[in-house]
Design a protein around this ligand. Sequence first.
Ligand code: GDP
Ligand code: MG
Length: 170
Amino acid sequence: MDSIEAKVVLVGSQDVGKTSLVVRYVNNDFSEKVSSTVGASFFKHKINAGKHTIKLQIWDTAGEERFHSMLPMYYRGASAALLVYDVTNPKSLDDALDWINELRDNCSEHLILCLVANKMDLVEEGCDAIEEGRRLAQENDALFHQTSAKTGSGISETFVDIAKELIGLT
Ligand code: GDP
Ligand code: MG
């Protein structure tokens, strides 16, 4: 049994659902009112993939995304990034390009990037916000996933996909 440890960082504009996604994934819980203090932390989660156990250390922001710039320690040693946008908020998808540049400036060139279209419970499958996101992901060699932290859809698939990529790195 191989065991891998990996740091995963969450980035994206404020209110896109970063904290909600990680709370849903790790605690299987959701709240309409997410306390901002919840974000001042990181979460640990083990994921089994074949003969591998991957110990994820998932870093959530403490509100620094308001300034569109994270502390260097936030990115240090990160193997993967979840770049989240809100499918009901076009500005958050525009912002995603800035986040990609921020990641390129601060992270390893081997960073696994996954663009996440969140709040899927609020839109129709195949809407513009999704197709534009899919295109942005393709242009930037990123994985693409559609999620809802409210219903839980797509979230474990997202982390499993990242885990597969992490195994591919070793
Ligand atoms: P963050 O600032 O990116 O960490 O975003 P939060 O996790 O604090 O979420 C912002 C707001 O969006 C909260 O009111 C959440 O309840 C709500 N939210 C987050 N994810 C979803 C989702 O998938 N669907 C819906 N309908 N609301 C969501
Ligand atoms: Mg948050």
